[in-house]
Each structure stands twice: as C-alpha cells, then as structure tokens.
Design a protein around this ligand. Sequence first.
Ligand SMILES: Nc1ncnc2c1ncn2[C@@H]1O[C@H](COP(=O)(O)OP(=O)(O)OP(=O)(O)O)[C@@H](O)[C@H]1O
Ligand SMILES: [Mg+2]
Length: 265
Amino acid sequence: MSLSPPPVSDQPVLKLSNVESAYGPIKAIRGVSLQVRRGEIATVLGSNGAGKTTILKTISGIIDPRKGSIEFKGEAITARDPAHIVQQGLSHVPEGREVFPLLSVRDNLLMGAYTRRDRDGVAHDMEAVYSYFPILRERAEQDAGLLSGGQQQMLAISRAIMASPDLILLDEPSLGLSPKLTREIFEIVVRINRERGTTILLVEQNANMALNASDYGYVLENGRIVMEDTCARLREKDDIKEFYLGMKEAGVRGERRWKKKKNWR
Ligand SMILES: Nc1ncnc2c1ncn2[C@@H]1O[C@H](COP(=O)(O)OP(=O)(O)OP(=O)(O)O)[C@@H](O)[C@H]1O
Ligand SMILES: [Mg+2]
C-alpha cells in the first residue's frame, strides 16, 4: 500500500457527539463520540456485538439515535431521512453487501448513480470501478445474485463509488472472504481513498487489515469507545497486539475482553 495519502484536513467531515442508539431496551451504543477528517481512512474496531453496525446505521439515518448529534460537512444530519443523507454525499456499504440480485451488475452500478445528472461523470466512474474490479466488467450483463460473495462485495463498494460520495461508510468488507480476497479488497479501498480522495469510515473485526489500511482508529467495546489513536500507534500497543492482532493468546473470536485484564491508558 505504497500510494501516498491525500492531504488530510483538520476539519472533520463527520462528527458524532455522545451518540446513543438502542433496540427497544437494549442500548447498543452509548455516548459514542468520534470524528472523521476529510481525506482520511478512519476505522472502528470491535468484536461481535460491539455496536459497529449500529454506529453506521445511526450515521446513515437507518436508526434514529436516542441521544447525541451527528454532523456531516458541518450540517446536522441527526435522524434525517436516509435519502437526504445520501444526497448530501454519504454512501453506506452495508454489512452482508445487499446487492440487487435480480438486476444485472451494470444496473446495480447505475442504481448507485441514480441521483446524478452528470452523464459524463457517471460514465467516467463506471470505467473507474471496472478498472478497480475488472471482473465486474466481465460480468456486467449477468444478474448480481449469481456473483460470488467476494464479487458481490466488490459490486457493493463499486455501487457506493458510483454515487460519487464525499464519505463512504464500509461495514466489515472482510466478512466471509478468504484472507487473499480480503487483502485485495483492502488494497482497492486504499486506492479509492488515495486516487479519488474519498474519505472512508470502515468498521471491522479484522483488526490487522483495518489497522494497516487506516490512518486513525477507534476501539469499541460493549457500545463504548475505549481507545483512539493513530493506527501507527495502535498497532504498537500491547493490548491491541494481544487481543486484536492475536500475537499472544487469541481466545475465541468475539469473546476477547481486554478491559477485564488490563488498564491501558
Ligand atoms: N435489530 C436488532 N434488534 C435487537 N438488538 C439488536 C439488533 N441489531 C443489533 N442488536 C444488538 O445490538 C448490539 C450491537 O449490535 P451490532 O450489530 O451493532 O454489532 P456489531 O459490532 O456490528 O457486531 P458484528 O461484528 O457481529 O457485526 C448487539 O448486542 C446486538 O445483539
Ligand atoms: Mg456488524
């Protein structure tokens, strides 16, 4: 991943302040505050059920938060309609990809661009995604439901690019993919950031991939942010090495609870 990063501005493009979201009586995220600066890749790491997906759904308006506020490009988007938030330039690639299975690959891509009026720009971006993922060009006329899981992940990311967003929310792109395919997808995610300047917020259980690809990271446990730092520094922390990078005792996935063991501030 040798491409140089785009200039990262100090101005946050996305800002969450004390956000709390719940499903009925279950508080899924509690007092989450985080920022994503323009031009960077930020990541939220956490194990099963930590609340990663809930954070992304709350940002994109699928879930209304109980408390707190969310700003995107300086505008309050808290609990706004998802369609409005998309139009402001925020695209969400959901967990489990969710492509339209009965539409062709090409039509899935065009669905991503449905609010755009710049035909030349759309054609240009179509070429760009085909260059990132050549298999999508080969399969352009095929139903998306026939693609493999990895190819569907490529399509879901590409559909987000077709909206030409300022910010892409990416929910566990590694889910269900082989290590090799995960590496390939992450390389493209970094290229999208470097070449297009698109800001990215990525949530992952795969700490190794996420910390290598990202600039700044947050660690989420039981719905709370328990640590944040540059990814370069997070990679060096013993707790991260031990509990997330599996460099000591790995434990059962999703059952690591470093907080019980360590006081790491
Ligand atoms: N629709 C729902 N109804 C009730 N509880 C839910 C719902 N969705 C999530 N939860 C609960 O909210 C908490 C956070 O879930 P969330 O899906 O945000 O976690 P996650 O970090 O994305 O996990 P994973 O890595 O498994 O995707 C969990 O305790 C989960 O059981
Ligand atoms: Mg999730």
